[in-house]
Design a protein around this ligand. Structure first.
Ligand code: SAH
Length: 398
């Protein structure tokens, strides 16, 4: 039996938890004891000691654990996890049956009732991300449940226990047969080289699938696309497949050069016809202004927070300025794809940054379309913070 412990929810938060809020946060708990053992089963009770929900204790950047059940009698055992996983897998049936996409998210944390855990599928390989020591304490139950439900080539895992969500370096293999990496997965018919055994990031961020498709199908043809914070160049590849005249990818990390070359190559595209640049985006903007370079489309997908040699970038503080620099090098009638995965602000505030940036640039714009998380990144209305992705296509008017 797992240890159990009562946490008393403060009066004004009780109704929130009763109506389905899943995250156990410090501010909501009377005298939160944060030195208890990770993985302890927590019973949330109200100030009259009435049961509200049960969950587990697991320190994360977001909070102190997650609600797992609202049924006092429910045991958190292998059967419990199996039912959650079964429901999650069912929900992704269209993805499992897809002919042209075999990389998607199978379990999206609290969206699937399993906060602190995500599972992704890459052509027969399953990748589990553990976001706290607390949830990792249930690994045997969860992995066994998964094994009972699906066939797999192998299971890999990433431990992201660090309270800042940082990845702990390991070989990451759990079960099955070790893969030979990269494996080549498909997204809407386009190939991606994916590595499950080298670091936290595997080569592609699946949450941008719909945005990439839209760029390929409706925007890229004949255009010069600047892809900033480009990582492995996933947006550039979709742009090129969509008939872009040229793509320019800019990322600070040295690895981005070979990784981007690889993503073009696994699609039979000539990377030498593209520009792939290792540089700080903010320096590149200055260079572009000096050389009077302009682009038909500029994609902005910065991290929420980044520290480089000279500066600290925070999406919340600096997105507006990033947009202003972008406006300056975007052609009239050109498109800016502004994306952020910051949960520090919502879509309304994001649009406020956009509006402010254009005002301060004395330019007019039109919001063309917007995207949030795709279906496989399931979210729940009780936890709007979980819907972190915001992408807006903006037309710079003449
Ligand atoms: N847009 C990418 C994902 C971006 S991940 C995609 O669709 O796959 C964030 C990337 O920003 C990382 O690759 C990181 O190296 C890069 N980065 C962070 N700060 C940067 C800066 N100042 N200039 C250029 N790249 C930066």
């Amino acid at each position: 039996m797992k240890k159990e412990m009562n946490f008393t929810v403060k009066g004004k938060f009780a109704s929130k938890y009763k109506s389905g809020y899943p995250l156990i946060s410090k501010e909501a708990i009377v005298k939160l004891n944060d030195s208890i053992e990770e993985g302890t089963i927590i019973r949330l009770v109200d100030e009259k000691n009435q049961f509200i929900a049960k969950g587990y204790f697991g320190k994360q950047n977001k909070g102190f654990g997650w609600v797992l059940s609202r049924d006092e009698k429910e045991q958190i055992d292998q059967e419990f996890f199996k039912e959650k996983l079964r429901a999650a897998i069912d929900y992704r049936k269209p993805f499992f049956n897809s002919q042209d996409t075999n990389a998607f998210r199978v379990v999206n944390g609290e969206g699937d009732g399993l906060g602190g855990l995500t599972i992704e599928y890459f052509d027969g390989y399953y990748l589990i991300n553990w976001y706290s020591i607390g949830i990792y304490k249930f690994r045997e139950l969860i992995i066994n449940a998964l094994k009972e439900l699906v066939e797999f080539k192998a299971i890999y895992q990433k431990k992201r226990f660090d309270v800042s969500g940082k990845y702990i370096e390991e070989d990451d293999f759990v079960a099955g047969e070790r893969g030979t990496f990269p494996i080549i997965v498909k997204e809407n018919g386009v190939n991606f080289a994916v590595y499950l055994n080298e670091g936290a990031m595997v080569g592609v961020f699946l949450d941008q699938r719909e945005v990439r498709k839209r760029i390929r199908d409706a925007y890229a043809e004949g255009k010069h696309i600047l892809n900033t914070f480009s990582y492995t160049g996933a947006f550039s590849v979709f742009g090129a497949v969509g008939g872009a005249a040229k793509t320019t990818s800019v990322d600070l990390a040295n690895r981005s050069m070979s990784k981007t070359i690889e993503q073009f190559s696994v699609n039979g595209l000539d990377y030498e016809a593209q520009d792939i640049i290792v540089e700080d985006v903010f320096r590149y903007f200055k260079y572009a202004v000096k050389k009077e370079l302009t682009f038909d489309m500029v994609i902005l997908d910065p991290p929420s927070f980044a520290r480089s040699k000279k500066m600290v970038f925070s999406a919340e503080k600096d997105y507006k300025d990033l947009l202003k620099e972008t406006i300056a090098i975007t052609k009239d009638e050109g498109i800016i794809v502004a994306s952020t995965n910051s949960s520090a602000f919502n879509m309304k505030k994001f649009k406020g940054f956009i509006d402010q940036a254009f005002k301060e640039s004395s330019r007019k714009y039109q919001l063309v379309e917007e995207f949030s998380l795709p279906k496989d990144f399931k979210t729940i209305k009780e936890f709007p913070e979980g819907s972190y992705l915001k992408v807006v296509f903006i037309k710079k008017l003449a």
